[in-house]
Design a binder for this molecule. Structure first.
Ligand code: NDP
Length: 247
């Protein structure tokens, strides 16, 4: 009996895999049997080590999306079946003071790099007549406005929109495109929020599950979307947020 959650024989590339959510997704994919290429601005030695220690297969590749076209060569040398677009940054400031530099920096990494990396992936998959899976990491701010993060909110709304457009264009070509929209997850990104006791209390009280999410909570959803079990899922933006948006 074949296991619809098994990724043995698949090769995945995860961007921003050296820490946080990307690292957890890389581990989850390896646990499901995939070979994982961990792409990072820095090398992903820790993630590769964790996967190797657990008996999985992983390697590391450098990519810096400060140049948003930097991902185009990632799929030239080996067949990759799964792309996880996880790399992302945030810049905080009042909308009235927000600079062009902060606007461009966030849009380049979170949206432009995501689009052109995904385009390169799809070209490679289609050229070899294969099938592929793309999972984009969106956000609660793909659905809500937030405050003091204008470029982040615009980029993450863009990620949700692109997920649907690409799913629509590629579903019939054998490429599933979906997204996971994390709520409040304990990573470096959110350390400052947790360090402020009042802010932390307000956040936890607002989350129906009553706790911050763990990066592994996001990995579960992302890995599922890569498995044969999710073969009929196209264009979904799956919120994994402890119930935040249900409230
Ligand atoms: P981290 O800051 O821990 O991880 C971000 C990752 O993106 C790092 O690996 C980082 O690499 C990489 N990255 C940043 N800039 C670049 C770049 N120019 N080129 C290549 N890689 C880059 O944050 P999270 O794990 O929390 O975030 C992962 C994703 O999840 C992001 O897209 C974020 O927006 C999203 N998200 C997170 C939430 C949360 O609560 N934590 C909530 C909603 C969405 P390096 O370390 O080398 O800079």
């Amino acid at each position: 009996m074949s296991n619809p959650f098994d990724l043995t024989g698949r090769r995945a590339l995860v961007t921003g895999a050296n820490t946080g959510i990307g690292q957890a997704i890389a581990l989850g994919l390896a646990q499901a049997g995939a070979e994982v290429i961990c792409a990072g601005r820095r090398t992903c030695d820790e993630t590769v080590g964790m996967i190797s220690d657990a008996g999985g297969k992983a390697s590391s590749v450098r990519v810096d999306f400060t140049d948003p076209m930097a991902g185009r060569g990632l799929f030239d040398d080996q067949a990759i079946d799964i792309l996880i677009n996880n790399a992302g940054i945030i810049r905080r400031n009042d909308a009235v003071d927000f600079t062009e530099e902060d606007w461009d920096a966030v849009m380049d990494v979170n949206l432009k790099a995501l689009f052109f990396t995904t385009q390169a992936f799809a070209k490679a998959v289609l050229a070899r007549g294969g099938a592929g899976r793309v999972v984009n990491i969106a956000s609660l701010l793909s659905f809500q406005g937030g405050i003091r993060v204008p470029s982040y909110t615009a980029s993450k709304h863009g990620v949700a929109g692109l997920t649907k457009l690409l799913a629509n264009e590629w579903a019939a070509k054998g490429i599933n495109v979906n997204a996971v929209a994390p709520g409040y997850i304990e990573t470096n990104n959110t350390e400052a929020l947790r360090a402020d006791p009042d802010r932390n209390k307000a956040i936890v009280e607002r989350i129906p599950a009553g706790r911050w999410g763990d990066a592994s909570d996001i990995a579960g959803a992302a890995v599922y979307l890569c498995t044969p079990a999710a073969g009929y899922v196209h264009g979904a933006v799956l919120n994994v947020d402890g119930g935040w948006l249900a409230r």
